[in-house]
Ligand binder design. Structure first.
Ligand code: BGC
Length: 250
């Protein structure tokens, strides 16, 4: 069995597991720690080190880490919902040096999209699939015939004078106390705009809330087919491990 370690760093939690790269299944316990207050890189690195040692990780293990920011060539370039210390931070090199192993650093939604393309709702789908993760922010992954176009960041499209994630993320739903119908309208406004610009063949909606898709999908009024993510909250872990194991996005 070929395995790799996947770690998903988020604004509230840092979780990780060992992943079977052939099936996309977790083959260890899934371990989760809270994200340290402030989310500064050094503190996050300490938690990742503990997590890797909990998982019995070895230096030879392929290790992928996904993170909620633009990531180009291992450097984090933005910080929408995380500490500004991550802007232009050489994350892959810094983590690799401290953890004494190769590290693949990728955007969290891109990792989730790759996982869905390999093992989930986008598997075998041709044309353009747009995956959107609905959490604290809105992350996006574009897959063209299963190949990722990284760092698309369309959660930051401006709609009606606000960034889309401000209005339509799951955090916006919670913050404003929206019921599923009202949130469904917000999502419809956003998805129709994306549909008009990109004409995708399929939307996949992920993030923890996708478990409750039965409650809000009925309120989505768009022409493009929409599916919930199949890997739910493990998509980031699985995709990060897969990308590391296949030496993609170096
Ligand atoms: C960030 C993205 C990230 C998304 C989901 C957005 O605020 O800009 O990089 O993928 O949140 O975490």
């Amino acid at each position: 069995m070929t395995t790799a370690l996947g770690i998903d760093i988020g604004g509230t939690g840092i979780k990780g597991a060992r992943v079977d790269l052939t099936t996309g299944e977790l083959v260890s316990e899934r371990i989760k720690y809270p994200t340290p207050e402030g989310g500064h890189p050094g503190d996050v690195l300490d938690v990742v080190e503990t997590l890797l040692s909990d998982l019995g990780g070895k230096a030879a293990d392929h290790t992928g880490i996904c993170f909620p920011a633009i990531v180009t060539h291992g450097v984090t370039r933005s910080a929408a919902n995380v500490s500004a210390d991550w802007i232009d931070f050489p994350a892959a090199a810094t983590f690799a040096q401290s953890l004494e192993r190769d590290i693949h650093f990728v955007n969290d939604a891109d990792a989730a999209g790759v996982a869905e393309a390999q093992f989930g709702a986008a598997r075998g789908v041709s044309g353009l699939v747009i995956m959107l993760t609905l959490g604290t922010g809105i992350g996006s992954a574009f897959l063209i015939d299963g190949t990722l176009v990284p760092n698309t960041e369309i959660g930051h499209l401006e709609i009606d004078g606000s960034g889309a994630e401000r209005r339509a993320s799951n955090a916006a739903r919670e913050r404003e106390g929206l019921d599923f119908e009202a949130w469904g309208l917000r999502l419809t406004r956003y998805l129709s705009h994306v549909e008009r610009i990109f004409s995708p063949d399929l939307f996949i909606l992920g993030g923890g809330i996708s478990k409750q898709h039965d409650e809000f999908f009925p309120f989505l009024e768009i022409a493009t087919p929409v599916k919930p993510a199949a890997l739910l909250n493990n998509a980031g872990i699985v995709g990060a491990a897969y990308l590391a194991g296949n030496a993609l996005l170096d």
